[in-house]
Design a protein around this ligand. Structure first.
Ligand code: URA
Length: 219
């Protein structure tokens, strides 16, 4: 897997990540959602450099100009619900992309420290020969990303796969790199050291879904 960790280069992205992590600033839910969305825009821009392009002649009011334009058919797939602002950020740039949504959540049976991933809702276009961008803001264990990909398999075989995440744990990065093809790219804003016993990224930022959309009752 090709890992693109944007934290290796200082940029304005550091500010957005710091604001998302900050226990006081993250209470501003609109800013939190917007920072995830802005991160999606930046990751999308970086990812776009590795897509395929073809030359097109564009007619301007004064003549014609040659432009290299993206020739890949993109399908953007996000995991509900925390993935929604990241999806919006990517869609702001890949505005002609087709879209897929999947609900995947952690189901804790008896032991609060162990869980299985339950996939319930799935809406997806044909994936054959498309470029699939799979977005999950928190790459903790990596199990949601892998379960989602397994659930998408009946919809066809994509030509290229790009994984997009805001914050990852090293364990999650290692897990997805074992499960995805070596040609897969992972675009991530930063990678943290650890996961706690409940599967949360440390230092991380907390629960991205709750911070973006409010707390939920446990089921
Ligand atoms: N999901 C979150 O929202 N936060 C984590 O730290 C891990 C998974």
């Amino acid at each position: 897997m090709h890992l693109h960790n944007l934290a290796e280069t200082n940029s304005i992205l550091n500010t957005f990540i710091a604001e998302m992590r900050d226990v006081n600033i993250q209470k501003d839910t609109m800013r939190f959602r917007r920072n995830i969305e802005r991160t999606g825009e930046i990751l999308g821009y970086e990812l776009s450099k590795s897509l395929n392009f073809s030359n097109k002649e564009i007619t301007t009011p004064l003549g014609s100009a040659n432009s290299n334009l993206i020739s890949d058919d993109i399908v953007l797939c996000s995991i509900l619900r925390a993935g929604v602002p990241l999806h919006n950020g990517l869609l702001n740039y890949f505005d002609n992309a087709e879209n897929a949504f999947i609900s995947a959540y952690r189901h804790h049976k008896d032991n609060p420290e162990s869980f299985e991933i339950i996939v319930e809702y799935l809406a997806c276009p044909d994936l054959n020969n498309k470029t699939l961008i799979l977005a999950d803001p928190m790459l903790a264990t990596g199990q949601s990303m892998v379960s989602t990909f397994e659930a998408l398999k009946p919809f066809g075989t994509p030509k290229n796969i790009h994984l997009v995440s805001v914050i990852g744990a090293q364990e999650g990065v290692d897990f997805v790199s074992k499960h995805f093809d070596t040609n897969t790219h992972l675009w991530i804003a930063t990678v943290d050291e650890a996961l706690n016993e409940k599967g949360y990224i440390v230092p991380g930022l907390g629960d991205a879904g709750d911070l973006a959309f409010g707390q939920k009752l446990q089921h």
